[in-house]
Every structure is written in structure tokens, then in C-alpha cells.
Design a protein around this ligand. Structure first.
Ligand code: GLU
Length: 454
């Protein structure tokens, strides 16, 4: 069976590093198995869902190199939810309730006060036809709950967490539909997973108890004959995997991570490959390394390697990986982002000194000038005048220059190199001069040495 995974964001905000990670792992799981990766836009909440976020989600995934094999959106699938709903009502698995949010809150407080878990008391199940008629006469519409089957434990083998077991009596019957007819997340998601033939649901561990509920929904839908021809998979439900959440480096769920997304990565000139390399392995038993080759990352990708402990996101790791990847990048990859006129030789000269590709702009200014010179001593000025004189051009002008000066002046080490670097670049540190001098060119180099000597 072809693996089909999905990433199902709600378009109520931008993607953040936590859901980028979930998207990546779903994409990788599909790639690894030669399967398909679907984007499902969970936009059943018309008030909070915004088209600009849908577009931003698509753009962010594209920037990161995760191209979905298909896209669905829940707002276009309401008739499927309606028919699933009808089947479940017929099968007696959905029931009407009328409690207000305040009433439910009060019930929960009373339960907690008595030391009991705040589980819905199923008062809605006790209502008679006359009760419903009375509500209807008052113009009060019901909301609908899914009736969990309390007869047997809910069990599954989670690909990250191992065997899972839930006593359904410890869960509240979930509300699936509001008074106004709109849908809550739970049922549409199960319907979609069935109809889209999702074979593997991989999501954050905050969804573990949702999975327990949804497994019963899959089984109920299947038993109610909803699956049948409508359904793309033969099993009533997919494999599940719940990954540990992403936390800040201090080990806590951090607010900052919740708003850290592609815009801020781009602003900081972080390469998408660095994000991929970090998130692919963070929280797994494989070391996080600057690996640009996605196939190499796919090779070691396996849900069994995922830790159950929260994965710690540290910006310093991201920067370290980014820098290491920049040092490996070919000219062709970065050409469009380099300053006008900066060629391959110059890229190779400055690349080892960069933290980000954008840093090349600063180094290019050293090449194009003007540069600012320090105050040289008389002795150094004489030395630089000598340098201008002996400068000659060859395959290795820096090697030739420094050997000639070493011989003629007896200088060595810092005294030999630093005044030259300062005169040629205006800096105390920087790229390897052996690589940079050919980029400067003979004329500029001689002019700068002469000016420094004057
Ligand atoms: N829209 C849901 C969320 O963002 C999807 C969860 C799921 O993967 O089923 O939490």
C-alpha cells in the first residue's frame, strides 16, 4: 500500500517551527516510502481562518522545499462531513446536548471540587423526545457529541510512543458539531483521513487523546457503512505516531517558538536547508549535523529513532548548522544573491568566513572599496612601499609577495602579514589572503599598497 501522509494546519496564523517540524516529518515519511504527502487546510472555522494564511502556508512549504502531492481544504468538503454525520446519527453514535459553556464549566468545577475527573456526565443522553421538542419550541438548537463506546479499551501501537491504551470512560464524549451547525476539528479530520486514504497520521503528542477518540470514530464510521466506496483505504484507520513536542532550549514550551517562522528565518538569512537539517534529526537518536543532501537525511529517517523526551530547539544550533552549510554552498546556488560583479573566485575566497550568504556583501565592499586604513608606523610604511615594489603577478601572487618580503626584510609572522592585510583590506582579520589577493587584482593591490605607504 502506498504511504500517504498529510500535514493539516489550521490557517489561523503563520507556520511556526513546531508545525514546520511536523510538516517535515510527514513529508520525509512519505518520501522515504515513495509515497505521497498531502496538504490539508483545516479551515472549518470561517471566523479564524484567513486566506492570507493559506497562501503563506503554501509559500513557506515551497521555500522549505516540501512540495505537497495534493491539497485539500475542509471548507470544500462540508457535504462529506454532513453525510458522515447522518450515518453516525442513524447508528446512534451522536447525541444532542444543550448545556451552555457556563453550565459545562460549572459542572467541571463541581466534579473537580469533589475530587473527580472533569468528564462530561452524559446528561444529554437522558433527554427525552419531549425535552428535545421543548428546546426546539424555545428556539434552542443542540450541539452534538460523539458517544464513546465504553465497552473495551482503545489501543494502538504508536510508531513513536509504543503500545498505547486508553480507557474510554476516562474521556469526555467530544463535541463534534456546534449549535450553529459548524464543525469542530475531531470528526472532519477522521472523515478526511479515511477518504483521502491517509495511511500514516504523524502529529504532535498533544493529539494523543484525540487519537483515542478518533480511532472510535473511524471504527464507528466504518461500521455505519460510511467507509465502503467512499473510502480510499481498506483498514478502518491509519497508523499513528505522536512525536514529542518541541521546546525551547531551557526545556519549556516557549512563546517565542510559537511565533518563530519562515519570515524570521529569512530575515536572519538562514538557509532552508539548515532548518531542514536541524529539524529532521532534532529529538532523534541521530546527531544533528550540517547535511545539505536531503537523501542523506532521508536515509537515517525512522520513527523508531524519535525520542519520547521533548526536542530542544536552540537558535545557536540553527546558526551553527547554517554557517557550516554556507561553507559548503556552490557558487551556482548563491549566485543570484551575491552582489553585482562578485564572481566564483570571490565567493570561494570569502565563503569560509561567512556566517550567512548575505555576509558576502560586506566582504565584497572590501574588494570594491573604498577601505579605511589604520595609522601605520613609519617602519610599516617603508615596509609597505617595499611590498608595492616587489608585488608581481602569478598564479599565487600572495605566496610570491610574502616570500619575497620575508627574504628582503627578514620579517615573519604577524609583522610580515598584518600590515599587508591591513593595507590591502583595511581589516585586521578576514578571508585567506592567498584567495583574496587574486580577486583584488594586481592594479588595485598595488594602488592600495602605495597609498598605505604614502
Ligand atoms: N488542524 C489540526 C492542528 O493543527 C490538525 C491536527 C492533525 O494533524 O490531525 O492541530
Amino acid at each position: 500500500m502506498t504511504t500517504i501522509t498529510r500535514f493539516a494546519p489550521s490557517p489561523t496564523g503563520r507556520l511556526h517551527v513546531g508545525n514546520i517540524r511536523t510538516a517535515l516529518h510527514n513529508w520525509m515519511l512519505a518520501q522515504k516510502n515513495g509515497g505521497k504527502f498531502m496538504l490539508r487546510i483545516d479551515d472549518t472555522d470561517p471566523e479564524r481562518s484567513k486566506e492570507e494564511y493559506v497562501e503563506a502556508i503554501r509559500a513557506d512549504l515551497a521555500w522549505l522545499g516540501m512540495h505537497p502531492d495534493g491539497e485539500e481544504r475542509q471548507s470544500a468538503r462540508l457535504d462529506h462531513y454532513e453525510s458522515a454525520f447522518e450515518k453516525l446519527v442513524e447508528a446512534g453514535r451522536l447525541y444532542r446536548c444543550y448545556e451552555t459553556a457556563q453550565e459545562l464549566d460549572l459542572k467541571r468545577k463541581i466534579q473537580l471540587g469533589r475530587g473527580k475527573p472533569p468528564i462530561y456526565d452524559r446528561a444529554g443522553l437522558e433527554l427525552t423526545d419531549a425535552d428535545h421538542a421543548a428546546k426546539e419550541a424555545e428556539g434552542i438548537a443542540p450541539h452534538w457529541r460523539f458517544k464513546l463506546d465504553h465497552d473495551a479499551p482503545i489501543e494502538w501501537l504508536d510508531a513513536v510512543r509504543g503500545p498505547q491504551k486508553f480507557d474510554p470512560a476516562t474521556l469526555s464524549d467530544p463535541v463534534v458539531r456546534r449549535e450553529d451547525g459548524s464543525w469542530l476539528y475531531m470528526l472532519p479530520s477522521a472523515v478526511d483521513d479515511m477518504q483521502m486514504g491517509i495511511t500514516d497520521v504523524l502529529r504532535g503528542e498533544d493529539h494523543v487523546s484525540n487519537t483515542a477518540v478518533q480511532i472510535q470514530m473511524f471504527i464507528a464510521l466504518d461500521a455505519a457503512g460510511f467507509a465502503g466506496d467512499d473510502c480510499a483505504v481498506s483498514d478502518p484507520y491509519p497508523h499513528f505516531a505522536h512525536e514529542a513536542l518541541l521546546v525551547g532550549k531551557e526545556g519549556k514550551l516557549s512563546k517565542r517558538l510559537g511565533s518563530l517562522g519562515c519570515d524570521s528565518f529569512r530575515e536572519r538569512d538562514i538557509e532552508p536547508q539548515a532548518i531542514i537539517a536541524l529539524l529532521a534529526r532534532l529529538g532523534t537518536s541521530h546527531p544533528v549535523e550540517p547535511i545539505a543532501d536531503i537523501n542523506a537525511l532521508l536515509e537515517t529517517f525512522a520513527l523508531e529513532t524519535f525520542s519520547r523526551a521533548p526536542a530542544k530547539f536552540d537558535d545557536a544550533d540553527l546558526e551553527r548548522i547554517n554557517t557550516a552549510l554556507v561553507h559548503q554552498m556552490d557558487y551556482a546556488e548563491v549566485q543570484d544573491r551575491l552582489p553585482e560583479g562578485m564572481g566564483e573566485e570571490a565567493w570561494h575566497a570569502v565563503r569560509p568566513n561567512l556566517e550567512t550568504v548575505g555576509g558576502a556583501h560586506d566582504y565584497w565592499k572590501i574588494v570594491t572599496g573604498p577601505i579605511e586604513l589604520p595609522d601605520f608606523s613609519d617602519e610599516d610604511r617603508a615596509y609597505l612601499a617595499e611590498a608595492a615594489k616587489v608585488l608581481s603577478w602569478s598564479d599565487n601572487p600572495w605566496g610570491a609577495l610574502t616570500s619575497a618580503l620575508k627574504e628582503s626584510t627578514g620579517r615573519k609572522g604577524k609583522a610580515l602579514f598584518l600590515p599587508l592585510r591591513q593595507a590591502l583590506t583595511g581589516q585586521n582579520h578576514g578571508p585567506d589572503m592567498g584567495e583574496l589577493l587574486p580577486v583584488l587584482g594586481e592594479e588595485t593591490a598595488r594602488r592600495r599598497l602605495e597609498r598605505a605607504a604614502a
